[in-house]
Design a protein around this ligand. Sequence first.
Ligand code: CP3
Length: 352
Amino acid sequence: MATGTAPANDAFLRACRGLPVKRVPVWFMRQAGRSLPEYRALRGEGSMLEVIARPELATEMTLQPVRRYGVDAAILYSDIVVPAHAVGFGVDIVPGVGPVVEQPFREARDLNRLPPLDPEADTGYVLETVRNLVAELDVPLIAFAGAPFTMASYLVEGGPSRTHALTKTLMYRDPHLWAELMDRLADLAIASIGSQLDAGASAFQLFDSWAGTLAPDQYRRFVLPASQRVFSELKDRHRDSRAPGIHFGVGTGEFLELLAEAGADVVGVDWRVPLDDARKRLGPETAVQGNLDPAVVLAPWPVVAEQVTDVLDRNAGRPGHVFNLGHGVLPETNPEVLEQVVELVHGYQAAP
Ligand code: CP3
């Protein structure tokens, strides 16, 4: 059902599918945003949600890093809290803080504040941005949503948290309510990503940024079933488009295999796991994305070059690698260094 034509540069999609590529594809999580002077010039004050709600601005924010860096994929300028905001849960994004919820999720009746998402009616502006982008881009557009656990952590904690104590408390105190919450959040992710794919995006990433706060057993019992449903329903509904799915987490090295088991084509690897180890553990059927430490690009160039090359050498020319940072671009990053990283990745040839 996707609109538009296939993007001219298909290296990213081929790598996601484990197919050989002429050069390793690269993009950066948070490639749009405060590290770019052209972003700061356009951003203005106010909530990021207001920028997202203006398709002409959100389109431009998405295109800025693609133009500057020559990356092999674009990621929609939006945020993981958009669907929860759009159904009226009551969440905002505070600059320098992140998502903030006025009335955190506490009890069963809070489920009423998470009704199903009607993507066209509730997030028509996002879909307009996607359609604009697909008409203009010659690289694939990545759709995304927050994974049920990471979304729950914001809604339950009320904002960013170091320990996720309230979230874990709810999990153990009322496993039934927890499962219902995870179900609602899985539905939001499915509806949101599904609508972005229908509007023409050609891959998707499920961000479980804070799942690394869990032990493998906690993840398997309390999180995996909901994330598994996100991948399986999207696969079923979008069988024709064959849009690859990326499953990303930070600090999730202890249970990389479970991220794959959820149904991902590509597993995001942070900098804590050497890429060759990750590939050995996941096997040849699962592609990987990563995994340069985002802080390394703040170092002098010879260090950056050595570390970028180390990541590439560890993959050793095998198909199924998308180069990225292990997490998002830090705001203090010099964009010129990222330009050089892209050049280095694109020029890399694995030793025969
Ligand atoms: O370039 C991109 O990657 C595209 C867009 C994108 C944003 N947020 C833009 C953004 C994506 C994919 C996200 C997802 C997101 N949002 C995640 C998962 C990714 C990750 O980093 O783990 C999470 C955890 C959030 C929640 C969130 N939103 C945080 C923690 C913050 C940063 C708060 C801050 O100001 O330091 C945001 C705001 C945000 N999301 C910005 C951008 C460009 C900064 C916006 C601004 O104020 O201009």
